[in-house]
Design a protein around this ligand. Sequence first.
Ligand SMILES: [Fe+2]
Ligand SMILES: [Fe+2]
Length: 135
Amino acid sequence: MTLLTWNHACTVGVRAMDEQHGILMDSMNELRLALVGGSGRDLVTGLLERLIEFTRMHFQSEEQLMEKTGFPGLPEHRSEHQRLLRLFRESALGAQLGEEARMRPLLCSLRDGYLAHIEGPDQQYGPWMNARGVD
Ligand SMILES: [Fe+2]
Ligand SMILES: [Fe+2]
């Protein structure tokens, strides 16, 4: 699993959201380093829980901005956030219960799910918000 780095597609054009995406990627990298470095299960599951909590806060921030600017794609975007959070929680539970060898594929699925979200649905709200004074 490779380290996550910024690329153009990961910029959504709303500063506060770009900053939060950066923090989320840093947290995933931290988790990856903990796994590769052979850190104990407690540390790894603690980092995973922190990542999930921050993800929940981030999704809330995005939805609040969408509400504030009347973004028409809010209902679909919110369901996608809920789907991702369910996936994250299931992965965390799997990581807590499963063998250590199973945690890397779990982390890969988190990373892929999250990147696909930032590069997909998250790309749609920037221009709408920019046009309404949020940048
Ligand atoms: Fe996002
Ligand atoms: Fe989102």
